[in-house]
Write a protein that binds this ligand. Structure first.
Ligand code: NBP
Length: 476
């Protein structure tokens, strides 16, 4: 008996993926650098399906049917290269190495090119949903050569999450496309979490509500258009009481948000592509500020002054914050999708943005009702320049904007940081503006560096001889 698929790397993620394949009736070959994890899996979960444990890479490869499908689920980075170097010489033309870890898309592009030269298919697959997703159905974003999807896709679709019977898995595009989309997914996740945290902070500090009361607000919102996994778990976290002290859980946790780096990667890639993902950037920076202990302690010790006047919120705070959250979320997703489209163009990936919204509807951290509307927007117009001009989102923001502005004003007046809400609003107003002060920046650049400018009334590049009392001169 041979296995249809093999998994090497059997820590939490790999183990659960292997069990998921087995639970779907596939025979799964198992391998891990140290045999202990392989043995443990078979001892604990061997009854769940058909497993072929292997002690060595050679045994593992020999137990797979052809074309071989080898899922790598190890720590991203040098470990992935080590595993590829170990397996590539044992594989034959047409076999597939599938990196399901959180690799950087540039590494995936490099690995794909190197393995293609050896006649092997390398598939960088983004897998979202953490441990639970891996076991019960993740959202899967496989890249790599299109032809590999024919032999691999059906297995991945089997174990993926399903919405109305449709799998949350699709071939994203060539080489690094899958890992790129997974990275942006994580960036959007950062933005979503930051916006939710700001909503909580305003309800607590301005509204004076307790965490338990705010948990109920989120529970209510989860029934509406904000309905999503992150809103749902936020209510759970806010409801939680620390057993040792009896205090709300949020009050006993150190307020320093950590990160593993995919949000930072998203922003770095966006800077290189020239795409303004301000919502994701603000959320990465907000985590950095929270962890900037030295600066925060110095500022608190110096008693940096806050607002002297202020005044309360004019309007229904809860309703207004819901509107601000929804509108800011739309901006964050609009920016993330813009980044995916920019990369798709840059690398020739031909990614279908609507399909990305579709496969994020379940099995991943940003799963939400909201994604249906994004899918519909791209179904209506695949060339949509920004989600903000789709009729559903345009109307939603139009309806939310007065409340959104009131919330940003209240935050500023009361000295409560709301970088997500306020930067999203600034982005929206920038897009809307018929004229931006960028014209002045062009003037400054021309003044100090003769960088030239374009005119609104005629074609060509112009430079002004600033010393000669502003006489314009055609430069090029
Ligand atoms: P870890 O990221 O903790 O990696 C542990 C695995 O890597 C073990 O199987 C270990 O083998 C193996 N490994 C290492 Br470390 N160095 C190796 C090397 N040089 N050669 C061969 N194997 C090596 O596991 P994980 O938390 O299951 O995550 C796996 C991947 O999935 C990562 O890329 C992660 O970013 C991604 N991911 C994780 C989550 C999550 O919720 N944890 C979610 C989404 C994606 P050993 O047993 O012999 O030490």
């Amino acid at each position: 008996q041979k296995a249809q698929i093999g998994v090497t790397g059997l820590a939490v993620m790999g183990r659960n993926l292997a069990r998921n394949f087995a639970r779907h009736g596939h025979t799964v070959a198992l391998h891990n650098r140290s045999y202990g994890r392989t043995k443990e899996l078979v001892e604990e979960f061997g009854h769940e399906g058909s497993f072929l444990p292997a002690e060595t890479a050679e045994q593992f490869v020999a137990s797979l049917e052809r074309p071989r499908r080898v899922v790598i689920m190890v720590k991203a980075g040098p470990a992935t290269d080590a595993v590829i170097d170990e397996f590539a010489p044992l594989l034959e033309e047409g076999d597939m190495l599938i990196d399901a870890g959180n690799a950087h898309y540039a590494d995936t592009r490099r690995r794909e090119a190197a393995l293609k030269a050896k006649g092997l298919h390398f598939v960088g697959a983004g897998v979202s949903g953490g441990e639970e997703g891996a076991l019960h159905g993740p959202s899967i974003m496989p890249g790599g050569p299109k032809e590999s999807y024919e032999a691999l896709g059906p297995l991945l679709e089997d174990i993926a999450a399903k919405v109305d019977g449709e799998p949350c898995c699709v071939h994203v595009g060539p080489d690094g496309a899958g890992h790129f989309v997974k990275m942006v997914h994580n960036g959007i996740e950062y933005a979503d979490m930051q916006l939710i945290a700001e909503a909580y902070d305003l309800l607590r500090q301005v509204g004076g509500h307790s965490p338990a009361e705010i948990a109920d607000v989120f529970k209510g919102w989860n029934e509406g258009r904000l309905g999503s996994y992150l809103i749902e778990i936020t209510a759970e976290v806010l409801k939680q009481v620390d057993a040792a002290t009896g205090k709300p859980f949020v009050d006993i946790v150190l307020d320093r948000a950590e990160q593993k780096g995919t949000g930072r990667w998203t922003v770095q890639a966006a800077l290189d592509l020239g795409v303004p993902v301000s919502g994701i950037a603000e959320s990465v920076f907000a985590r950095a500020i929270s962890g900037g202990v030295t600066e925060r302690e110095a500022a608190v010790a110096a008693d940096l002054p806050g607002p002297t006047g202020g005044g309360g919120h004019t309007g229904d705070l809860r309703a207004d914050v819901e509107q601000a959250l929804f509108a800011s979320k739309i901006v964050a997703y609009a920016q993330g999708f813009q980044q995916i489209q920019a990369a798709s163009k840059e690398y020739g990936w031909d990614i279908d943005p609507g399909a990305m919204a579709k496969i994020w509807r379940d099995g991943c951290i940003i799963r939400a009702k909201f994604l249906d509307f994004i899918k519909q927007a791209y179904d209506k117009n695949a060339a949509l320049p920004t989600l903000l001009v789709d009729s559903y989102f345009q109307d939603a923001v139009a309806g939310a904007q007065d409340a959104w502005r009131r919330v940003v004003v209240t935050a500023a007046q009361q000295g409560i940081p709301a970088p997500g809400f306020s930067s999203a609003l600034a982005y929206y107003d920038s897009l809307r503006a018929k004229r931006l002060p960028a014209a002045l920046i062009q003037g400054q650049r021309d003044f100090f560096g003769a960088h030239t400018y374009h005119r609104v009334d005629k074609p060509g590049s112009f430079h002004t001889l600033w010393a000669a009392e502003g006489r314009p001169e055609v430069d090029a």
